[in-house]
Design a protein around this ligand. Structure first.
Ligand SMILES: *Cc1c(COP(=O)(O)O)cnc(C)c1O
Length: 402
């Protein structure tokens, strides 16, 4: 039984994962255990409690209970190469918690220049405050990356695709260089998840996901996770305990519920996103479509080589118009909400400018014209793509009227 499950395809594993707990033969889903305090039988049992710091041993609410363990176990089963998964109260908490687990004062951290903006802020803020230096690197330049290491480089923070601008970098090559240089590699893998990009298998040491996005899937919870092999999992876990990270059992149950349908949602969103990307690519108002799933788009070949899936998140750059024109487009959209986040069942649009969140990447080389600066990110949800295209059509009409 165990073997047939371990060899099963991702869709099957999404159904079976995390269901081995003590309740598994009686209920489909683990009960929501709302508990801070565990009662011990006697003084001897109380004293033994904290000594066994093991997963699955109830000690005190901060170390989780069966609901949270079931979610961790499920995420571990879905990440090939992982020995365990630590849960965090948000994706950003997972990034900061994982970086704090691997870095010490005096270390240098290399951060991909197209990282999620709060990751950049962490490097420039709290990590710097504790004496960790950082350098940004262009993830599309392997020679430059190799040259960025010094004898104090302890860790490399990767992300794929690039936040907002959606570049696909060669993660197996970057992770191999990091390993060769004796550095630990962490990756923010929120876009593809372990289903579309098994990051540990591709050479990374720690795989981080914002569960707020695809795992939650319904825009109603915030959570993050970091999975790793034995060595780094132990560091992640002890650091998270020392930082006091805990997630609520109610949110863990919601995340488990979201996980069961994640592949269906990702497949549908990806198919719709591809249709919309093709439609955008044919519009005169669009200078670039930034969607690695689209044949001919930047990063498509590497995406095809390394990924088995995508999602509904893509961006496009408007050809030579000003911000007011872009706002007319976005403000006219009806089915697309205007907001941060992504990966929910509903579509969202987000206007963005790239200069404030990059330090060293070379834009024209990455495929952008100098005159085309105003971009929009779309998170495609589960609406019928024909309705979303009609909505965008109205948006472009409003943009052109100004
Ligand atoms: C949203 C996001 C995060 C942060 O997740 P939160 O749960 O919102 O803290 C991290 N990385 C990426 C790529 C994201 O899009």
């Amino acid at each position: 039984m165990a073997n047939s499950r371990n060899d099963a395809k991702p869709a099957t594993r999404l159904v079976t994962a995390g269901r081995s707990g003590e309740f598994a033969d009686r209920v489909v889903n683990p009960p929501v255990w709302r508990a801070s305090t565990h009662l011990y039988e006697n003084c001897a049992a109380l004293r033994a409690g904290p000594k066994s710091n093991a997963d699955g041993k109830f000690f005190y609410g901060r170390r989780g209970a069966p609901t949270q363990w079931a979610l961790s176990e499920a995420l571990t089963e879905l990440e090939p190469g992982a020995a365990g998964t630590v849960l965090y109260p948000s994706g950003v908490a997972a990034i900061v918690g994982a970086l704090m687990a691997v870095l010490r004062t005096g270390d240098v951290l290399l951060v991909t220049d197209n990282a999620y903006d709060p990751t950049r802020s962490t490097a420039m803020g709290v990590l710097k405050q504790f004496g960790v230096e950082h350098r940004f690197f262009d993830p599309l330049d392997l020679d430059g990356f190799r040259a960025a290491f010094c004898d104090k480089t302890r860790a490399v923070m990767l992300e794929v695709p690039g936040s907002l601008t959606m570049e696909i970098c060669d993660i197996p090559a970057l992770a191999a260089i990091a390993r060769e240089q004796g550095a630990v590699s962490l990756i923010d893998n929120t876009w593809a998840t372990s289903l579309g990009f098994p990051a540990l298998q591709h050479g990374c040491d720690i795989a981080i996901t914002s569960l707020t996005k695809h795992v939650g899937g319904h825009s109603d919870l915030m959570m993050g996770a970091a999975s790793a092999g034995e060595r780094w999992y132990r560091r992640l876990r002890i650091t998270a305990q020392q930082l006091g990270h805990v997630v609520s059992p109610d949110d863990a149950a919601l995340a488990l519920r979201g996980l069961r349908t994640m592949k269906l949602r990702l497949d549908q969103e990806s198919a719709s996103a591809l249709m919309i990307a093709e439609w955008l690519a044919a519009r005169d108002e669009v200078a670039h479509v930034l969607c690695p799933m689209l044949p001919g788009a930047p990063g498509h070949e590497l995406w095809q080589r390394d990924f088995t899936g995508g999602c509904g998140l893509l961006s496009f750059v408007i050809a030579g118009r000003d911000d007011a024109a872009r706002c007319r487009l976005v403000d006219t959209l009806d089915l697309f909400g205007i907001g941060y986040s992504w990966g929910g069942y509903e579509s969202l649009a987000l206007p963005f400018d790239v200069e404030p969140v990059r330090s060293c990447m070379d834009w024209p080389k990455a495929g952008w014209g100098l005159e085309d600066r105003h971009a929009v990110r779309l998170s495609i949800g589960l609406e019928d793509p024909a309705d979303l295209i009609a909505d965008l059509e109205r948006g472009f009409a409003a943009m052109n009227e100004g």
